[in-house]
Design a protein around this ligand. Structure first.
Ligand code: WT7
Length: 635
């Protein structure tokens, strides 16, 4: 028997030990007892990190939507699967049952089929947080198409890059989207993006805002009438365990975004099992994760994980500040939310507001609180614990990545004693190690190093779509036979992990993963810019903010600096999205470089954070004189 639901610390240690001693047996039992299969596997796991190649539940056959929807119909058909809360609280919330979800998903699946979408085809999705987003994602999974969701806050250019890279020929979008008081012209962004996507020949449009949009003949169609005419029956496509389920992009420290490819069975088992335990989900609970489905958090912990457990999952269209800063707390009260999962940046922003926004709401339904996306500072942790959880709801600080598919290090509520700023202990099946820069494992406690994982887990990404070499290079070449996370971590005296932040050139801003290279590329597109370097510096709400150091071309020197700053920010907004705009831009004469021409970001990071007391050894620089100049002009 598997311990599907871990209830106390002894049980955690017992389960964890088993998961490390007999990983195959451990996962086999969970997979067997808690999921439906059309055919069982021949082999639980085969792996080789040097290739890298990882296969879980080899030759098993299944469909993930049968696990997330069909199997609940008999006993939970009338249970609410999704509560959708609109941007405007005056608009009615939607309570969608499992049997209604089944029909909607099947209808969209049939629409996709009628457009010629087949197993293995890639489907681009650029939708706001409306119910159709859930239908479309699940409809893809139903027919074996590979979904590639692009967060609807990304720019036209970012959407185009991802659409082309993922080989999408069809895109599902909406006429517009609501974000607080703003209405965003989503279809306009799509039209612009598609100028650079010659392969896309079909666009299905969900009506949301009723805005006046351009419908391109022969390419664009409204989704609703197609759904109306489609059958509500659609047999699930029988998939192999290792068939691709989705592609989701994440930023790297260099180059274009990486399309992380996740496969079916392992992802399903891991997202479901982690959801059950890390949120302590019980039958009638209402669970709410505030992320967008455009990120991995939404994939695993709004849709797949909760639905595989027959849970009620809340989907929120709006923002925490609309109509006022009490919106999150109002929604918790309104829907009697039991588990609430959000990002430290949101907590920090809301903690700055009048406490009355919180206290006027009844939050007594809450049982478990979660955070994700970036390190949570001590102050924010206590604010969350005191004011939201009233010191009775454990906080699960969950560390994971787009690449890992599911939560890797986290407390298990009511089992693992929490400790502010610590993600605590590895989830069963996860074998973290800390490595030094020479490639040796750092054993023992009270140590810090680079966080790696030394054994496969079911939901790890299998490749970067279209670039397996880059996958090996990025994650499996820094340390031999290890998955390298890119994060630093420390292990305290009892073995708890604290994630200290990225050790590469990725910067986490408001919980969003931004690579420095794409931002620098965007800056460099401005005609007056010669060269640039972007680093992060601590920010009390966003966690990190961006600081750009920019060298101008000669003719740019005479331009008005404030106008230039505005134009450069606009360029970044157009190329990537508003989240990538730097808070500070300093124009400099030169950038500190090593003799091999590499920018010494370490020095820039120090200057950006206002701490120039110890810049370390600058004598190896090619141009040590620029350091002084940059410090003098620092903002
Ligand atoms: C990076 C991954 C996983 C969903 C959201 C982000 C940072 C994530 C934590 C945490 C400290 C965290 C890491 C990681 N991160 N969770 N609980 N404590 N840092 O996914 O965009 O792939 O970013 O986010 O640096 O590597 P992502």
């Amino acid at each position: 028997m598997s311990n599907y639901h871990i209830k106390n610390l002894e049980e955690y240690f017992q389960v964890y030990r088993k998961s490390v001693r007999e990983p195959e047996k451990f996962w086999q039992e969970i997979a067997e007892e808690h999921f439906v299969w059309r055919k069982k596997w021949d082999n639980v796991l085969s792996w080789d990190f040097s290739k890298p190649e990882v296969k879980w539940f080899e030759n098993a056959k299944l469909n993930i939507t049968e696990n997330c929807i069909d199997r609940h119909l008999l006993t939970k058909g009338e249970k609410t699967a999704i509560i959708w809360e609109p941007n405007d609280p005056k608009e009615k919330a939607l309570h969608l049952t499992y049997s209604e979800l089944h029909k909607k998903v099947n209808k969209v699946a049939n629409v996709l089929k009628s457009k010629g979408v087949k197993k293995g085809d890639k489907v681009g999705i650029y939708l706001p947080m409306i119910p159709e987003l859930a239908y479309v994602v699940l409809a893809c999974a139903r027919i074996g198409a590979v979904h590639s969701v692009v967060f609807a806050g990304f720019s036209a250019s970012a959407l185009a890059t991802r659409t082309v890279d993922a080989d999408c020929k069809i895109l599902i979008t909406a006429d517009g989207s609501y974000r607080g008081e703003k209405t965003i012209d989503l279809k306009g962004i799509v039209d612009k993006a598609l100028e650079d996507c010659p392969e896309v020949n079909s666009v299905l449009v969900v009506k949301r805002t009723g805005s006046n949009i351009n419908i391109k003949d022969g390419r664009d169609e409204w989704l609703e009438p197609l759904m109306k005419n489609a059958s509500e029956d659609c047999a699930p496509e029988i998939m192999d365990a290792e068939d691709p389920l989705f592609i989701l992009y994440t930023s790297g420290s260099t180059g274009k975004p990486k399309g992380m490819l996740h496969t079916t069975a392992g992802y399903m088992v891991y997202s479901a099992y982690t959801f059950k335990n890390i949120f302590n989900y019980n039958n009638d609970d209402v669970y709410w994760c505030t992320a967008d489905i455009g990120w991995i958090t939404g994939h695993s912990y709004i849709l797949y994980g909760p639905l595989a457990n027959g849970a009620t999952t809340v989907m929120f269209e709006g923002v925490p500040s609309y109509p006022d800063f009490g919106r999150f707390w109002e929604i918790i009260e309104k829907h009697k939310v039991n588990q609430f999962y959000t990002a430290p940046t949101a907590i920090r922003a809301l903690a700055k507001k009048d406490l009355e926004f919180v206290t006027k709401h009844d939050l007594s339904s809450l049982k478990v609180l979660g955070t994700v996306g970036e390190p949570i500072n001590e102050e924010a942790w206590h604010w969350y614990d005191n004011n939201i959880g009233k010191n009775k709801s454990p906080i699960v600080d969950t560390w994971w990545q787009t690449e890992t598919g599911g939560i890797m290090i986290s407390p298990i509520p009511f089992a693992t004693p929490t400790k502010p700023t610590f993600a605590t202990l590895p989830f069963p099946g996860i074998q973290p190690v800390l490595m030094d820069e020479e490639g040796n494992e750092i054993k023992g406690n009270q140590v810090d190093g680079r966080l790696c994982i030394k054994y496969p887990w079911p939901s790890m990404a299998r490749t970067i779509y279209g670039n397996h070499d880059r996958y090996r290079e990025t994650y499996f070449s820094t340390f031999e036979n290890m998955y390298f996370t890119g994060d630093g971590a420390l292990r305290d005296e009892v073995g708890y992990y604290r994630i200290t932040g990225r050790v590469d050139d990725v910067i986490i801003v408001s919980g969003h993963n931004l690579g420095t290279a794409p931002i620098e590329d965007a800056i460099n597109e401005h005609p007056a810019v010669a060269e640039s370097a972007v680093v992060g510096f601590p920010h009390d709400v966003k966690g990190n903010a961006l600081y750009g150091f920019i060298i101008l071309k000669e003719f740019g020197e005479s331009r008005d600096r404030d106008n230039l700053r505005k134009e450069i920010k606009q360029t970044i907004s157009d190329k990537i999205g508003p989240i990538a705009k730097p808070d500070k831009i300093q124009f400099v004469e030169g950038l500190p470089k090593t003799r091999s021409g590499k920018i010494m970001r370490r020095i820039l990071r120090k200057i950006a954070s206002g701490d120039t007391s110890d810049l370390g050894d600058t004598s190896t620089l090619l141009n040590p004189e620029v350091v002084e100049e940059i410090i003098n002009g620092a903002l």
